[in-house]
Design a protein around this ligand. Structure first.
Ligand code: SF4
Ligand code: SF4
Length: 131
């Protein structure tokens, strides 16, 4: 996890992170064991894959150390976080569940660029309709 996330891991509790096909391919390809999709994801009612939880946290969280065990190839949505997209307001925003948003994307230009990437990711990889 990034240093600014040290000893937190809050976003990995009861995660609802959606996975793209690329995320799934990356995890199954890079994981040290021969992990199967059903071990870490399930299909939700919208026919999208979502990360599974185990004992209240993401299956990939090492809960005692608060470390993501697949950090190098974690899902794209986890990389963007705490930046999320508000579909109703059509804007990128910080998720209020993250207690340290102030530490992220301090550079306004970087924030704008990442917002564009986030929108493109949602449209292309998750096929979410965005205005
Ligand atoms: S909730 Fe925020 S600070 Fe905590 S681990 Fe997630 S991104 Fe990092
Ligand atoms: S994949 Fe890693 S960063 Fe993403 S929710 Fe799971 S433990 Fe957290």
């Amino acid at each position: 996890m990034k240093n600014r996330c040290k000893d937190c891991g809050k976003c990995c509790l009861e995660t609802e992170m959606i996975l793209s096909q690329n995320d799934i391919n990356s995890i199954t390809h890079n994981h040290q064991s021969n992990i199967k999709v059903k071990e870490f994801a399930f299909m939700n009612n919208s026919k999208q894959y979502q990360l599974k939880n185990k004992k209240g946290h993401c299956v990939f969280l090492e809960s005692s150390l608060k470390i993501c065990t697949i950090y190098q190839y974690r899902p794209q949505g986890c990389k963007f976080y705490p930046l999320i997209f508000d579909l109703n307001r059509n804007i990128c925003k910080f998720d209020e569940d993250c207690p340290r948003t102030i530490l992220f994307y301090k550079n306004k230009e970087k924030l704008r660029t990442t917002c564009k990437k986030l929108k493109r990711y949602l449209k292309i990889e998750l096929a979410i309709k965005i205005k």
